[in-house]
Write a protein that binds this ligand. Structure first.
Ligand code: UDP
Length: 330
């Protein structure tokens, strides 16, 4: 049988690279695309020798040309950590608007099904808890997170418009906090921040008083949910995440135990518009996809820590993997 062909944008990123692995395992032909601003080539280098894998170093906000047929497009290109989108706000807005427009145009041309990576950030600092898909959110468009949140909200809107107006097959996954191997050590997210600090012998930095909550999903569970959603016939947004909620203080304690660090906890100011609580309502994913997370935090953290331990001292001590400076528009 002829292989299915899938384009994955943001393929060298944390989630994109795990999706590449999954679709290669399913024997798809994977066309990986990334401009390597926040992605890292080392996440996908192990696939380069495969005949059913190709890589394009391309910015998806520019016209996308892919020769041959395409069955599926996964749009995962985007900065995705608060520090990243503070540093490159314009690129964040462009990839969620011009980038998805190009993907949708390509999908229409190729008659391909598109799945977009949306986010729990569409709910903003939520006033409904846990968050079901029907909740419309509480987002500050002009706050520091607005560039990401509104880009993702626009992305959902244009994807729905292509679905209703052009009859395109589309899927929308709202991804809650996810962790695992290949997260960038210095992207500012809480898990790599804490583990990096423990490994370098630095203080553990809690923002605010640590009473804010998050619910962390292990990457393999997330990928399974995305795989099932892509192959489903459901076009409305679906939350994928792990409902096991924890305060950031308790999470810090877990990381301290895991790493055995004797560093102290220090408190920094809470970033503006930092959501106070977050937990996915996954009733829909359970009913529609028969999906729920299977890897608990103890196991997931063990696997993730093993990855960070495998980094070289040079990688560990590098302050930033990617050179953002040339992208920052002041
Ligand atoms: N956080 C923290 N210390 C850090 C980095 C993050 O306490 O060194 C907090 C952050 O303020 C937020 C939570 O951890 O409340 C999760 O932050 P992250 O950037 O991982 O994701 P997001 O806020 O987008 O969920």
């Amino acid at each position: 049988m002829e292989r299915k062909r899938i384009l994955i944008t943001g393929a060298a990123g944390f989630l994109g690279s795990h999706l590449c692995d999954r679709f290669i395992r399913e024997d798809y032909h994977v066309i990986a695309m990334d401009n390597l601003i926040t992605g890292q080539l080392k996440n996908i280098e192990h696939l380069f020798h495969l005949e059913n894998f190709e890589f394009y170093n391309h910015d998806v906000t520019k016209f996308i040309h892919v020769p041959g047929k395409l069955d599926y497009i996964l749009h995962f290109a985007s900065p995705a950590s608060p520090i990243d989108y503070l540093k490159i706000p314009i690129q964040t807005l462009k990839v969620g608007s011009l980038g998805i427009h190009n993907c949708l145009g390509l999908a229409k041309e190729k008659n391909a099904r598109v799945l977009i990576a949306s986010t729990s950030e569409v709910y903003g600092d939520p006033t409904v808890h846990p968050q079901p898909e029907e909740y419309w959110g509480n987002v500050n468009p002009v706050g520091p997170r607005g560039v990401y949140d509104e880009a993702k909200r626009f992305q959902e809107a244009i994807t729905m418009a292509y679905h209703t107006y052009h009859g395109l097959e589309t899927r929308i996954v709202r991804i809650f906090n996810t962790y695992g191997p290949r997260m960038r050590l210095n992207d500012g997210r809480v898990l790599p921040a804490f583990i990096g600090q423990a490994l370098r012998g630095e203080d553990i930095t809690i923002f605010g008083d640590g009473s804010q909550t998050r619910s962390f999903c292990y990457v393999d569970d997330l990928v399974e949910g995305i795989f099932r959603l892509l192959l489903s016939d459901y076009a409305e947004p679906v939350n994928i995440g792990n409902p096991d909620e924890i305060t950031i203080s308790d999470f810090a304690e877990e990381i301290i135990k895991l790493t055995g660090t004797d560093q102290k906890v220090v408190y920094h100011e809470l970033p503006v518009n930092d959501p106070k609580q977050r937990q996915p309502d996954i009733t829909k994913a359970r009913a529609l996809l028969g999906w729920e997370p299977t890897i608990d935090r103890a196991e997931g953290l063990k696997r993730t820590y093993a990855y960070f331990l495998s980094l070289t001292p040079e990688e560990l001590n590098k302050k930033e993997h990617n050179d953002f400076d040339k992208y920052i528009i002041k």
